[in-house]
Design a protein around this ligand. Structure first.
Ligand code: PHE
Ligand code: ZN
Ligand code: ZN
Ligand code: ZN
Length: 295
């Protein structure tokens, strides 16, 4: 009865079914992604004498949308950009990840719309970050060289109101962490704006690895100076961090990271308040001048 109606793979011969292909999405059997199976399942399927097979389900394709908003400045040849991802994981509503960054950026855009800035400002709300930074990568890779050159800098906001927060700035100057890809010159000047703001309002901050784990990745690969803010995801707060920022040592910065409980209750209003102000401050600063970044 179990005759597959499309390509299937007999694995009863016990050959190597447990070797993942680098970069493949999930468990693989003989190079074919197995939907809903694990390597343990694969081992059972491969038992001598087994007549089990793996049915390869059709891939799904769907459309998704970046939302881009631009306010022309007096100088339309110099664009200051900020972005936040609009999607969440399917497991939950994604209020801290990343309603927080999206909302802070929206509020900044609404306020900035009352001004005529010196530089042109552009906001990006990215699609499908959780599927592998898809929206932002598609955006950057779709720009012509001339369009890329007009972007003076990019600021990224992904998780800026974590309930058990600490304040972190992407370590663009690599003073604490070596970045896995070359960081464009000028990025450190964006980090400086964030750090001097925190100092001015009496908040402490830490560097966080410029790791490529969010939408700025395509921008730095394209040579566009970047930095951003982060209040923590799955990492556990230390005693030292509790002493500085309060909250609870031994718990994740965001205990509901990628879970159903990432609801409207899953935010620190204080972190969101401070960072929303900073997001606006940084945009206003660079809307006036990007000289510290681009010379
Ligand atoms: N990009 C991660 C997410 O959306 C969050 C994250 C940002 C993790 C920055 C580490 C560093 O789930
Ligand atoms: Zn996420
Ligand atoms: Zn995120
Ligand atoms: Zn640094």
């Amino acid at each position: 009865g179990n005759t597959p109606d499309r390509e299937a793979l007999i694995v009863a011969d016990g050959t190597s079914i447990d070797e993942p292909i680098p970069g493949a999405p999930g468990p693989v059997t003989h190079g074919i992604p197995v939907v809903g199976a694990s390597f343990a399942d694969g081992a059972a399927l491969a038992a001598p004498g087994s007549t089990a097979y793996v049915q390869v389900l059709p891939a799904e394709t769907r459309s998704d949308y970046n939302v881009i908003a631009e306010l022309p400045g007096k100088n339309t040849e110099n664009v200051v950009m900020a972005g936040a991802h609009l999607d969440s994981v399917i497991e939950g509503p994604g209020i801290n990840d990343n309603g927080s960054g999206s909302a802070a950026l929206l509020e900044t855009a609404l306020k900035m719309a009352e001004l005529t800035p010196q530089n042109t400002i552009r906001f990006g709300w990215w699609a499908a970050e959780e599927q592998g930074l898809v929206g932002s990568a598609d955006y950057v890779n779709g720009l012509s060289a001339a369009e890329r050159d007009r972007i003076a800098l990019y600021m990224n906001y992904d998780m800026v109101g974590s309930p058990n927060y600490i304040f972190m700035v992407y370590d663009a100057d690599e003073s604490t962490f070596e970045a896995p890809v070359p960081v464009p010159a000028g990025s450190e000047a964006i980090e400086d704006v964030y750090e001097s703001y925190y100092t001015k309002v009496g908040e402490l901050y830490e560097d966080t690895e410029f790791s490529g784990r969010s939408d700025y990745e395509a921008f730095i690969l394209a040579g566009i100076p970047s930095s951003g803010l982060f209040t923590g995801a799955e990492v556990i707060k230390t005693e030292e961090q509790e002493a500085i920022w309060g909250g609870t040592a031994g718990e994740q910065f965001d205990p509901c990271y990628h879970e159903a409980c990432d609801t409207i209750a899953n935010n620190s209003m204080h972190a969101l308040e401070v960072n929303s102000d900073l997001i606006a401050f940084a945009m206003l600063t660079f809307a006036y001048s990007t000289e510290s970044v681009n010379g």
